[in-house]
Design a protein around this ligand. Sequence first.
Ligand code: UD1
Length: 339
Amino acid sequence: MKILVTGGTGYIGSHTAVELQNSDHEVIIVDNLSNSDKNVLDGIEKITGIRPEFEEFNLADKKKTADFFKRHSDIEGIIHFAAYKAVGESVEKPLMYYRNNLFSLVNILQGMKDNHIPNLVFSSSCTVYGQPDELPVTEKAPIKKAESPYGNTKQISEEIISDTIESSELKGIALRYFNPIGAHETAIIGELPIGVPNNLMPFITQTAAGIRESLRVFGDDYNTPDGTAIRDYIHVVDLAKAHVVAVERMVNQKMKKDFEVFNLGTGNGYSVLEVIKSFERSTGEKLNYKIVGRRPGDVEQVWADTQFANEELGWKAEKGIDEMTLSAWKWQQSLKEKD
Ligand code: UD1
């Protein structure tokens, strides 16, 4: 199948392009390289032996996107990752986030309608649940008011997709990711945050590598066993594989509804201190960290009920926390070798 991967040179997109090619799908990537590098294409080629087709432009550009779809109406499925994702930045620059994340989605849906490409997999987030009332959180849990414009773009995007599906022949699957971490086992591709990382895992690996002095653990006064916040960390390769399953489910017409939503997590919650311990155990490195105050906007604890994804998709996350933290470290070390 020919699959369009938007944002395919980014962190999750690149791992998904690899898994698609490993499953014999043809991949075409569109990315404007606003938060990634073209040499990721070399990495994908090195791992799979195939260089995906690539076009560099901004999907928020209506004309360019319409022209792209006209030239590629043989695409069978789309996995849409391309979006801004920094929570703090979205609070500072909401219009930039709404313009980029929502216009690009609208342009893609228009291109799909105009060219009769029915299948969309959308990259959503567990952020839509906020602090859930019940744990583990199922797909039926209520959507809470978003904590940030970034989170709001995920909620609104799901609504835009759902409304468009109601009135057309389009079909969609929204995948709500919990916390993707880790890197490909070859350490050829991984997460490449530009500047100071916001997320826990890249901050840990950069601290251990001596790029940052010390990790700040945001809060140890949460109502959790060790007081630090709990998340459901999932290996990015497990996550990538779920996208292959989802797009195949759509194209092979196995969907039960025209718009389906799945949680993608492991079902296990780990506290910040447990992630640090896993990192130290799996790598043998000692991590310099200190406890500081809570980070505004953080929820206390969230982890996924994975039953629906496990049963309906026939997919299950396989890699454990030590494998995640070790692969993130190997990737960090490979970056040093590239310098
Ligand atoms: C964050 C976003 C979420 C988004 C996801 C995508 C917030 C509030 N949420 O998730 O909406 O979908 O990224 O990347 O930003 N931590 C530290 N020290 C650090 C960094 C993080 O203690 O330097 C802690 C956090 O407080 C949290 C955990 O580590 O408890 C995970 O944080 P992070 O990796 O930033 O992910 P989320 O906040 O869960």
